[in-house]
Design a protein around this ligand. Structure first.
Ligand SMILES: [Zn+2]
Length: 269
């Protein structure tokens, strides 16, 4: 059915979200939504390769990097996870790749509220809207602020983290358990908390984005499956949410398997 090297699935806004399995090195993509209900087998087909340089690697660092790419590439730097550690302007410890930094970090960023399993405050580059939310399996999302760069938005997020409990829980997200959250009310609460503390653009009030995911049913138990321990992962595809396949025999995180060379086949029920 498909052969290639795994990387993050492509998403497109639709009702439900449309997923495609993409090859890390540009090979053909596969539409996934039509596979709901089918019994699939994803098996190792060769080893693990770095999705940046293509070298074989015994272990994946970050999401699909070999160790040299993990240590060298700007997208693998700690400041991507912790924006407040941005060191672009430090002479002694400059950005790993200033051109990349200018194109990715010094671009408008959004602070948003989302609900995947609980209320979450997050940040993303404006160009990643709405992809970011579908990657997280959010059911609702509301952009609140726009700031000019990653460091500034990271500081706001860090401030809010001290005031709002971040209640995301990936197993609950996959069981499709969501509390009722009024994002318009949470938006007002966030704006009150911030006051005039940070110079930023408050985005106009709007309807929340709503996402539905392709699903026949949701699991009651979430068991993680992976190619590190198993030659193949097999099961009937019940749903796709975030970057996960939900099979009747466990869940499979596609993004976490970036770099695995695999073969996907349909097996008899
Ligand atoms: Zn590499």
């Amino acid at each position: 059915m498909w052969r290639g090297t795994l990387t993050k699935m492509d998403t497109a806004v639709a009702d439900p979200v449309r997923y495609r399995l993409r090859d890390a090195f540009g090979g053909p993509a596969l539409e996934l939504n039509p596979l709901l209900g089918k019994r699939l087998r994803l098996s190792r087909d060769g080893g693990l390769r770095c999705i940046h340089c293509g070298s074989p690697t015994a272990k994946s660092y970050g999401e699909g990097s070999c160790y040299p790419c993990f240590a060298r590439l700007p997208q693998n730097d700690i400041c991507i996870v912790k924006p407040e550690l941005c060191h672009f302007h430090q002479e002694a410890n400059p950005c790993r790749d200033p051109d990349w930094g200018l194109a990715h970090c010094f671009m408008p960023h959004i602070l948003y509220l989302a609900v995947s399993s609980g209320l979450k405050v997050g940040i993303t580059r404006e160009s990643q809207v709405p992809t970011r939310w579908m990657d997280q399996g959010a059911s609702l999302a509301l952009p609140v602020l726009r700031l000019p760069d990653r460091l500034s938005v990271g500081r706001v997020e860090q401030f809010l983290a001290g005031h709002l409990a971040d209640k995301t829980h990936w197993q609950k997200m996959l069981r499709h358990e969501m509390p009722e959250v009024d994002l318009a009310a949470e938006r007002r609460r966030v704006l009150d908390l911030l006051g005039n503390r940070f110079p930023c653009e408050v985005l106009p009030e709007r309807e929340s984005w709503r996402f539905t995911y392709p699903a026949l049913e949701w699991p009651t138990k979430v068991l993680s499956r992976g190619l590190e321990k198993e030659e193949a992962v097999e099961g009937r595809l019940l749903a796709i949410k975030g970057q996960y396949w939900i099979l009747d025999r466990g869940v499979f995180n596609v993004r976490k398997h970036s770099g695995w060379c695999v073969r996907l086949t349909e097996v008899a029920p």
